[in-house]
Design a binder for this molecule. Structure first.
Ligand SMILES: [Zn+2]
Ligand SMILES: [Zn+2]
Ligand SMILES: [Zn+2]
Length: 260
């Protein structure tokens, strides 16, 4: 079952698994064998090991972990809204490859697993910078280790739900359905809203939340994030790396499939 899923080329587009072609069981197999996810698991285990080793008392550990749980969605919201959807990374030659990898490719084809998952070279330093100072301030080494471990664990949960949001299936639980619908709107209706992945509290707070297509106009830049043909002429680096001009629609596939 596991090897047949991993070797099944009909589940792939190019090198990458294509979530548009997979079911939940196949997603679980791809997720639990994906090197980036395994690296997060391993680092989280190491962090919790360090925490146990340097443990002093429960209170600072609990406060560190709770702080990370509270701060994390806000930080992710800010990164997604102001950095990933900012227009500056593709305008500089030296950050254009980074932007292409961390968000442009995901909006160009939201089904591809390889570019849905962040690159560990970008995510791990970010998680460390966000969580370690918080944890250390609250509980020194044990606090820092607990906070970093919590950050990695939350990232694994985010990544799994993000996969589900692009998987071609209808979740049974209504809260997951709602979560999926909001993120699908971010990808297929208007990208200037619903920046959250699992929680839309920050979107509500900062007025970027919308519940359906009627309540927000359709954005022409929902697939290219504003990097259209004209921008590609002025700032060619992302286009050069892609090897083709930016697309206004994803992979020319059946639009109904992409709306699912
Ligand atoms: Zn997405
Ligand atoms: Zn696709
Ligand atoms: Zn986005």
């Amino acid at each position: 079952m596991i090897t047949s899923t991993l070797k099944n080329t009909s589940l792939r587009t190019g090198r990458s698994f294509d979530l548009g072609k997979m079911n939940l069981r196949q997603l679980w197999i791809a997720y639990l064998t994906y090197p980036t996810i395994l690296l997060y698991f391993a680092l989280a285990l190491c962090s919790f090991g360090i925490m146990v080793h340097t443990f002093v008392s429960w209170l600072p550990v609990v406060i560190s972990v709770s702080s990370v749980v509270l701060v994390y969605p806000l930080v992710w919201y800010a990164i997604h809204r102001f950095i990933l959807h900012g227009r500056f990374l593709y305008r500089l030659k030296w950050t254009s490859a980074l932007w292409k990898r961390i968000h442009f490719d995901h909006h160009q084809d939201p089904h591809l697993l390889d570019v849905l998952f962040g690159s560990p070279l970008n995510t791990i330093p970010t998680i460390a910078i966000v969580t370690i100072p918080i944890g250390f301030a609250i509980g020194q080494i044990a606090g820092a280790a607990a906070a970093f471990g919590a950050g990695l664990t939350i990232t694994c949960i985010y990544e799994f739900f993000h996969c589900i949001q692009h998987l071609n299936y209808k979740p049974r639980m209504s809260w997951i359905q709602r979560m999926k619908q909001r993120h699908v709107l971010h990808h297929f209706h208007n990208e200037n809203g619903n920046y959250g992945i699992t929680s839309f509290i920050a979107d509500r707070l900062f007025r970027s939340y919308y519940v359906d297509a009627k309540s927000c106009r359709r954005s022409p830049s929902v697939f290219n994030l504003g990097y259209d043909q004209a921008e590609a002429q002025r700032y060619p680096w992302v286009m050069d790396l892609t090897g083709s001009p930016p697309r206004d629609r994803p992979d020319g596939a059946n639009p109904n499939r992409n709306a699912a």
